[in-house]
Design a protein around this ligand. Sequence first.
Ligand code: FEO
Ligand code: CA
Ligand code: CA
Ligand code: CA
Length: 683
Amino acid sequence: LPETPKTPISLGFQAVAKSTADLLTVPAGYTATVLYALGDPLTSATPEFRNDGTDANFADRAGDHHDGMEFFPLNDAGTARDLAGSSRGILAMNHEATTDQFLHAAGVTVNPRPAAEADKEVDVHGLSFVEVRKTGGKFGYVKDSAHNRRVTPLTPILLNGPVRSNALVKTKYSPAGTSTRGTINNCGASPTPWGTYFSGEENWNGYFTRGAADDAARGGATARSVVSLVRYGKAQGAASRHGWETAGADDKYARWNISAAGAAAEGTDDYRNEMNTYGYMVEVDPYDKSQAIRKRTALGRFAHELGVFGRQVAGKPLAVYMGDDSRGEYIYKFVSSATWSEADANPANRITTGDKYLDTGKLYVAKFNADGSGDWVELDIGNPTIASYTGYRFADQADVLVNARLAADAVGATKMDRPEWCAVHPSTGEIYFTLTNNSNRRVEPVGSSQHGVDAANPRSYTDAPSAPSTPGNINGHILRLRETGNEGAATGFNWDIYLFGAESGMDAARINLSSLTADNDFSSPDGLWFSKKTGLLFIQTDDGAYTDVTNCMMLVGKAGTLGDGSAQTINYTKADGSTLAVQTRVGAKPTAATLRRFLVGPKDCEITGITETPDGRAIFVNIQHPGETIAKANIADPSKYLSHWPGNTGYGSGGNTARPRSATIVITRNDGGLVAADGNEVL
Ligand code: FEO
Ligand code: CA
Ligand code: CA
Ligand code: CA
C-alpha cells in the first residue's frame, strides 16, 4: 500500500459563536456527551443520585467542582497501564470546591453547622479516580470498576521531602510530622513522566479559622508563625469558608480551627500547625491503591494551581513549572537532583519513582526583566538575601519551602497577574502560563496591595477609554517562556506575551493588543493544555468580565514560537497628565487560521480541566460550577436557578428544573478524526 501523504496539522473546525444560552456548544461535526457528574455513584451499592439535596455517601460518589483531570490508559483487559490504550482508562480528576446550597435539601444551615451537612461538604472535595470505557464507539463511566476511588480531605497522606518531620508540620494527628489527613481545593492537574497523577492544592487557606486573639497566644504580631499565617492570608479572626469547625468536638471538625490553645508545645495537643500540612503538590498512583499518596514538599508551599513537567531529556534533570494563583504572587520552578532515565517512563514502582525525582531538588522563583530576559532565583537558606531577610527569620531550608512566598519576597521576585495553568509545548519545549487577571494592577499603584504595570504584566485599564471605570488587568494574558539553551535546569530564560485576552471591540493600542475578533475573543484565560498528539493549544476561561456577552469558553490555537511578534509600547496617561510608556513584547497576532473558539459552556460555569486519549480522538473537558450563583432563599424555586445543566440535556433526573451539576464531558469528532485538528502529521 502507498504511504499516506503527511499533511501538517491545522485547525479542523468552524469557530463557535459566543453565547449566553444554558447549553454546551461545540462545532458542527463534533459531539459532546456528559460522562460523569456530581453525585454519580462509583460503586453498584451506592444509590442513584437524586439531586434534591437528600443524597448521602459522597465518599462513594463523584465530588463537586470538577477541575484538573488526566486520562490514564489501560489495556483492553483493564488490568494494567498501556501507554497506547485509547478505549479504556482511569480518569483522575480534582474536585476543587463546592456549590454548597445545592448539596442540601433546603440550602446551607449556618453556624453551628449540622455534622451531616459538614460531612457531605468535606466528602465532595478531593479527588476522583473513575474508569471510563468505550463500548459501541461511545465512552461511558464504569460504575463498579475496581479502579474507582475517592480521595477526600480525610484520606491519610504522607508528607515527603525536606519538610517531612520538621517542627512546622508536627500536629496532633501526626506528632512526628510525617503525615496529614487529606487534600483540599485541588485545582489543576497533570501527569508525571512515570504515569502518576499530580494535583495542586490551591485555596486551602480558606478552609481554616483562627481565633480573634490568636496572635497574642502565638507570641504577638511579630511571632514567626503569625508572620507566616498573615502572609498566607490567615489573619487572626478570619472566618473559615464553611464553618466545619463548628460541627462538633471530633478531631475531623476541630482541626479546621488552627488557634493556638495556649502554651502547648507544637504538635501535641492543638491544631496550630494543621494549615502547614496543606499547600503542596500531591502525587497519587492511579493504578495502585495500595501505594500511599505523597505531598511533595520540595516543590514549596503556596496556592498551587498545578505543576507541569518540562520535556524529559535523558541524563538531564527534570523541571516542574508552577504558578501561585493569587493577585501579585509568583511563578516558580522545581529542578530535580536526579537526572532522567528513559527506563523510568514505565517503571515497576511508580510512586517510588516519584520519590526519586520529586523529593530532592532546587526550588526557584521567576524574575522578569524589561528586555525580554528573565532569571530563576534559587530559594535556598544559603542565599544571604534569604538568610538575613528582616521580614521573616527562616529557621532552615524546610522553613524556606513552607514559607516559599516569604523567601520569594526576600529575593524580589516579579509579582504576577495571578498565575493559573501552565502548559509545555510538546515539541518546542516552550512554557506557557495563563495570567488570568489582576484587579490590583495599576498605572499608579497605591499601598502594598496594588502592583505597578511592568513589562510582563503591562496592562491596566485605569484610564482606558473603553473601560473607564474598571481598573486593573481585567481580561488577562498568556505569557510564554523559553529556557536558556532550552534546558530545564537553566537559571535564565527569555519571555514574550503570546496572547492578550480582550473583547474584540476594545482599544487596539492598549487593550486588544492581540487584535482578537468575534471568532476568538475571550477574557480571563485559566485552563491551558497542549495535545500531545496534535500540538494544538487549548485555552479555557474562568471569567467574570465578559459574561454579560458570553458564557465561559474553550479556544483552540496553533501556537507559534517565542519572539515571533515584536516589541510594543503601551502609553498610559498619569493623573498629572504625563505619559507612562511601558515596553513589552507581544507574540505574532493570531489569525482565523491560528485561533478559534471551540466550545461555549452553560450559564455561570467555568471551563477547566482537559485531557485526551493517547490516539487524540477523544478529549475530556470539565464544566465546573454551572449556576453556582444561588441564594438559600431561592433553593425552593427552580425558576430562580441560573442553570439547569446537565439535567436540561437529559442527563440524570430533573430535566428543565434540575439543580445544576459540575460534570465531565467527552468530545469526539463525528468522522472519528483527531479532535480540533485537520491533517495527520502528528507529533
Ligand atoms: Fe483553581 Fe486558580 O484556579
Ligand atoms: Ca474554580
Ligand atoms: Ca484555575
Ligand atoms: Ca480562575
